[in-house]
Design a protein around this ligand. Structure first.
Ligand SMILES: [Zn+2]
Ligand SMILES: [Zn+2]
Length: 332
């Protein structure tokens, strides 16, 4: 997807690359004789680090950097420059681990404002952090911003309305607590034949499209994925419908973020047995897999991608595939 003249995509920062429970899973650590290799690694500090800080104020101590197997809920920040040269930060998803990820990566990369949030679907690992956005809109030293625009489809809005009625309607608040100021923008839900685009903050074009993410009764449950200028983002899927392949191919985006839970497929997520062939078929030149659970060790999956068995097809298609990790920054 080409960027309009007024938009210059800069980078994407992975805030989280893990499953709904995040890694480490606490019960892997508290059981007698813990044996979960990935969760144990996730408790280790980083050795060498490829995530240099960008903080400007030395009074804020550097945050602890962890082993690449430590993973929050899938989420990231799309950053671009607008026509005035101002950098804008678009948060994709705001799940259960959002605040912890923000304490880590917003501090590490010195990110202040959230110019908008886009939500992929209504699961807890995509929406349960919305209440924590109040830190940005209410603060004893003055808010960072007066409100945060939230872009979502109608079904996600309906679920959020039932989880957080007081965010939608402040008169439903009880007990006098603080409430974030969020402004909801409902985009048209895409179908398998129509992908109605919308603009974020009247400037950034986004094309939503549906991917299957498990079942809802006898029908597929759909998660929304997005085409942004230069970036295709597919966070939660066990099956990508055929019309979507054409949409992604035609977009000519050069970067793809793609769901991959572990080796084997799962009811609501693809394993690399499907994600790697999917990346080959989509043919986007740079692919970053994310969404790993504790059956998938970072270094071992890197070796899988290098292997003849799994990596050959990607290389033949000219696809450079990498294993994403929390805090990874990629240029767009
Ligand atoms: Zn574990
Ligand atoms: Zn989900």
């Amino acid at each position: 997807m080409t960027a309009p003249a007024a938009i210059t995509p800069i980078e994407f920062i992975f805030l989280g690359t893990g499953p709904s429970n995040a890694i480490p899973d606490v019960t892997c650590l508290t059981r007698p004789n813990p044996s979960c290799k990935v969760c144990l690694l996730a408790t280790q500090p980083a050795e060498r680090d490829s995530r240099p800080p960008r903080r400007s104020d030395p009074r804020v101590a550097e945050v602890q950097m962890w082993n690449k197997n430590r993973r929050g809920n899938t989420s990231g920040i799309y950053r671009y420059r607008d026509a005035t040269g101002t950098i804008k930060n678009i948060l994709i998803d705001c799940g259960k681990t959002f605040y912890a990820s923000a304490v880590q990566w917003f501090v590490h990369y010195n990110i202040q404002q959230i110019d908008a949030v886009i939500l992929t679907h209504d699961h807890a690992d995509a929406v349960m952090g919305l209440d924590d956005l109040r830190s940005w809109t209410l603060h004893r030293d003055g808010p960072v911003q007066s409100t945060i625009p939230i872009y979502l489809n109608q079904s996600t809005y309906t679920v959020i309305s039932s989880i957080f009625p007081y965010i939608i309607n402040a008169s439903k608040a009880t007990g006098g607590g603080h409430i974030p100021s969020l402004t909801f923008h409902i985009f048209d839900t895409p179908t398998l034949t129509t992908f109605p685009p919308f603009l974020i903050n009247a400037t950034l074009p986004v094309t939503p499209f549906p991917v299957e993410h498990g079942r809802k009764g006898s029908d597929p449950y759909y998660c929304t994925a997005f085409l942004l200028p230069h970036l295709t983002y597919i966070s939660d899927t066990n099956h990508i419908p055929a019309p979507v392949f054409e949409l992604v191919r035609r977009s000519e985006n050069r970067v793809l973020v793609l769901d991959c839970l572990r080796e084997k497929d799962f009811a609501s997520h693809q394993g690399y047995e499907s994600a790697i062939p999917c990346a080959e078929a989509l043919g986007v030149p740079r692919v970053y897999f994310m969404g790993f659970n504790h059956e998938c060790e970072h270094g071992e999956f890197e070796k899988v991608l290098e292997s003849e068995e799994w990596g050959k097809g990607l290389r033949e298609k000219g696809v450079k595939a990498e294993v994403a990790f929390d805090g990874l920054v990629i240029q767009l």
